[in-house]
Structure formats: C-alpha cells, structure tokens
Design a protein around this ligand. Structure first.
Ligand code: GDP
Length: 375
C-alpha cells in the first residue's frame, strides 16, 4: 500500500488506507504521542508491535499516557481488524468509567472556546482535577482540514501532566466521529481523568451528538453579535444548561452584561433541557480569567442538584440506551450501503426513481431485499 509511508508512525502496523487517523498540525496531544515513541534501533523505523488487550487495559488503568493515547488510536481506527480488539478493551474498561463529570462546550469559531477551555482546565488542575479535552470537529471529515486543529491551541494546558488533549478524530461521517469521541471519553475516565471537556463547533448536528454524551452542556457566545451572526441556531440554545458570554473584558464588558440580560430573558421562556435545572447566562473572560471559576461552580451546583434528584443518573442511563440505538442504525446503514448486491443495483434504482419509473418506497424495499440476500 503506497500510502503507508505517509501515515503517522503510531498508525497500527496492519492498518490499511481506511485507517484515517492523523496528527493535526498544532495540536499538542498528537505531537506528544509522537515524542513518546521509542525510536526503534532495528531498521523498521518506529513500527512497534501491537499491544495486547491485557496491556491496553492495564496501561490505561495505570494512567500510562502513552498507552492511553495508543488505546484511543485503536478505537479511532476504521480498520475492521481493530474493531473487535477495541471493543474487548472497552468492555474491560467499562466498569472503571463513569466517575468523571462530562461537560460539552460549543460555540461558533472565534467565540473563544479553546481559550476558555484552557483557562477552565488550568483552574481545574489547580483544584486537583485531572482534565481530558476531546473534540468533535464535523468540518474535518468533510474538508480534510480542521477548524479545531489548525492552530496551536491550549498551549499551557497541553504541557500539564494532569491534562490530556486529544484532537478530533478524522475520517467517516459525523456519527462515526461521535462514536470515537464517546469511546475515547470512556477510556480517559478509566485512566483516572475526572473531568472531560468535549468541544465542538458546528451547525446543529454535532451539538446534538455532544449533548447526547455529556452531563452538562455549555454554549459559548460573544457579546454584541446576534445569534444569526454567531452561526448558532436557536435549537442549540435549547440544548444548553448554561450560556457563557465570553470576552467580557475591556470595552466589551457593558455589551457582555447586556447580552447576559438578554439571554436570561430568552432562557426564561425555554423549556429547560435538564429537569429541575434552570439554565442561565453568565459572563466570563477567558483572557483575564474573570468568571471562569464561577462557571465551574455552576457545573458543580448542577451536578450536586441533579445527582440528588436522580436526574443525573437517569440521563446517563438513557444516553447509554440511545447510544445503543444510534450504533445499531449506524451499523445497519453501513452494512446496507456496503452490501455488494446493493452497490450493484443502486445506480439503476436511483435512476429509475429519479425518472419517475419506480416509486421510491418500492425501490427501497427491493434494495433491502437484496441486502437480505433475497434479491
Ligand atoms: P475558538 O475558535 O472558539 O476556539 O476561539 P479561540 O479560543 O481560538 O479564540 C478566538 C480569538 O478570541 C482569539 O484571538 C482569542 O485570543 C480571543 N479571545 C478568546 N477569549 C477571549 C476573551 O475572554 N477576551 C478577549 N478579549 N478575547 C478572547
């Protein structure tokens, strides 16, 4: 496979071209993995033997960062050969997960998410937390580039031993990217990280994916711009447990306070996304740090309230159930569209439907029969 040489050195040995993970420029998490590679003295540069399931599990549970990174690489792999192994590792790690607070953070590009995550992450580390930062970047799978990965981000946080930053997995449709992020989150929890921040930027769908895997969902906005201008849909406001009006510093302070009041009025009329919790807007500055500790206090208040009421645990149970259905749908779709008989028949079926010769429902039924081997 000629593309082999262009793959990052931590690509599993038997990965084919379908192995899409790569290091994004400027993201320190990825570089760190590279730097921890033992430089092989034997000619086959940096090709390491694969870890066994036992080694993956033991290494993650011991908090070994290299093994943690390699285990995430394993679950991110699109190679069918890695799937069973990754699932076995996950199955064994699962009893050690669930003890972290999972926080989703969204907002338009430029709202200050990564700056805020850095400020919040540093604050959490000072408080003795271990913080994992994961990202879902829907643009990376479409364009091959990455809004989240194309600049040096979270420089201070990435140097902290108690922080672990992982760029967005690439390759595949959003559903697949979300699966990898969710599984990476569980692996980080098993490795002892007690706060996970899942960052996303997107226009609706990726926010829904993140909302479905976190306890608390934070929307980051900036003052002085309408929702439309910030690329934030009203539906995303409805998913939020809190809104942070960031960049509340300098000349922006007054505008930020006005935006906070405006959003608090708007939130008042929305049905809260979390039962028993009324979302509110807060101001903060990722630059000066003002309001950042207060934001975390909001998360802690939320956690203690929902844990007491049972809403916290109930949501997690429902998220796991919904996740099962999402995976079934995803795998059914993948099975269907990769089925040789379906692939062979699809172009003619599409043409027949477009030409008005075959009703779409009948074509769908025929294709499903082909996939079931009844064609
Ligand atoms: P992201 O795309 O949402 O991750 O946004 P970034 O964190 O990369 O920030 C975008 C720009 O806004 C950068 O130039 C930051 O320095 C700036 N920025 C972020 N937070 C603040 C803040 O609290 N105050 C001010 N004045 N600028 C900020």
């Amino acid at each position: 496979m000629s593309a082999h040489s262009s793959k990052p050195e931590w690509t599993p040995d038997d990965a084919g071209d379908e192995f899409a993970a790569r290091v994004l420029k400027g993201v320190v998490g990825g570089h760190e993995e590279l730097s921890t590679q033992p430089r092989s003295q034997t000619g086959s540069a940096n090709r390491r033997r694969q870890l066994t399931v036992d080694e993956h599990v033991a290494g993650v549970l011991a908090g070994d960062r290299t093994v943690l990174a390699r285990t995430i690489t394993l679950v991110e792999s699109n190679a069918p050969a890695h799937f069973d192994k990754a699932q076995e590792v996950l199955r064994r790690l699962l009893p050690h997960t669930g003890h972290a607070i999972r926080v989703g953070i969204t907002g338009a590009p430029g709202a200050g998410k990564s700056t805020l995550i850095e400020a919040l992450g540093m604050h959490l580390i000072e408080q003795g937390h271990k913080v994992a930062v994961l990202a879902i970047d829907p643009t990376s799978s479409l364009t091959g580039g990455s809004i989240l990965g194309d600049k040096t981000r979270m420089e201070r946080l990435s140097r902290e031993p108690n922080a672990f930053i992982r760029p967005s997995p690439t390759g595949g449709v959003l559903g697949g990217v979300a699966r990898k992020t969710r599984e990476s989150m569980l692996i980080c929890e098993a490795a002892g990280f007690d706060v996970t921040l899942v960052e996303t930027v997107g226009a609706g769908q990726s926010e829904i994916s993140v909302r479905a895997m976190v306890d608390f969902f934070l929307l980051v906005l900036i003052p002085g711009a309408g929702d439309e201008l910030q690329g934030v849909k009203r539906g995303v406001v409805e998913l939020a447990d809190a809104i942070a009006i960031n960049k509340a510093d300098g000349d922006n302070l007054i505008k930020a306070k006005a935006a906070r009041a405006k959003y608090n009025r708007a939130l008042h009329y929305l049905t809260p996304v979390t039962q028993g919790w009324r979302p509110r807007a807060y101001t903060c500055s990722a630059h000066t740090g003002a309001g950042v500790a207060d934001l975390w206090e909001v998360v802690e208040r939320f956690t203690s309230l929902t844990q007491t009421s049972g809403v916290f645990e109930q949501r997690r149970r429902e998220q796991s159930r919904d996740w099962l259905h999402t995976l079934v749908e995803e795998q059914l779709r993948a099975y269907f569209y990769s089925h040789p008989a379906v692939r062979a028949a699809l172009p003619d079926m599409e043409a027949a439907v477009m030409d008005g010769e075959t009703p779409a429902a009948a074509a769908a039924r025929d294709l499903l029969r082909l996939a079931q081997g009844q064609g």
